[in-house]
Write a protein that binds this ligand. Structure first.
Ligand SMILES: N[C@@H](CCC(=O)N[C@@H](CS)C(=O)NCC(=O)O)C(=O)O
Length: 209
């Protein structure tokens, strides 16, 4: 069993929490080493290893640092059996996670507040909507409340935390109730915290703690 140190910001969502959850489910030998925004910026300023320069989270496995949240989540998903061994099911999981990553990274920015608002509204009605349509289609095809097959995978966690970010207003100019247009995604949002593994995790590590 590798020795793992996981660093993210002290947030119970976004790009980090799915990885913590999967490491916990795996019973991995890991420690959480959250950093504040300022600690991370200071680390970047002094650190030569470029794996630390690509944004958080960063995972250290047996002394070596790795970047990219989805690579880390796939690794934790393999340890926890929350990433399917079947290649086609694994591709379906990857597809959903990459669509979520696109939704996050393609979200327009602009230094001008008015232009940013217009661009974001266009995004929510256009490209982002079509990616949400695809995620909802996949839930419909799975025959369950989950993205792939009949049980929880790491794809569900990524979709769940993306939906949570929208709900919490972290997508500026995208309404908090945006997700309600897709009953399949609103259904997944309900099903994930009710899954026995997720329930047990939140009982052990309550969000307010
Ligand atoms: N492609 C990266 C993106 C990471 C990323 O942008 N992380 C954000 C937080 S969710 C961050 O650390 N931003 C601050 C910075 O890059 O200095 C991944 O998925 O790991």
């Amino acid at each position: 069993m590798p020795k793992i140190t996981f660093s993210y910001f002290p947030l119970r969502g976004a790009r980090g929490e799915a990885i913590r959850f999967a490491l916990h489910v795996a019973g991995a030998d890991w420690e959480n080493a959250d950093m504040t925004w300022d600690q991370y910026q200071a680390k970047k300023a002094s650190e030569k290893d470029l794996a630390w320069h690509n944004g958080m989270p960063v995972m250290i496995v047996d002394g070596k640092a790795y970047t990219q949240s989805l690579a880390q989540l796939r690794f934790a998903g393999k340890l926890s059996k929350l990433y399917p061994e079947d290649p086609v099911a694994a591709m379906a999981v990857d597809e959903a996670m990459d669509v979520c990553q696109d939704i996050l990274t393609k979200c327009p920015q602009d230094p001008d507040a008015g232009v940013k608002k217009t661009k974001r509204e266009e995004y929510a009605a256009g490209k982002m909507k079509s990616m949400m349509d695809l995620l909802a289609q996949r839930v419909g095809e799975s025959g369950s409340a989950f993205m792939v097959g009949g049980d929880l995978t790491i794809a569900d966690l990524v979709v769940y935390f993306l939906v949570k970010m929208i709900r919490e207003g972290q997508f500026e100019h995208v309404p908090a109730n945006y997700v309600d247009a897709w009953p399949q995604l609103a259904g997944l949002e309900k099903a994930v915290p009710e899954h026995p593994l997720v329930k047990a995790y939140y009982e052990k590590f309550p969000v307010s703690a």
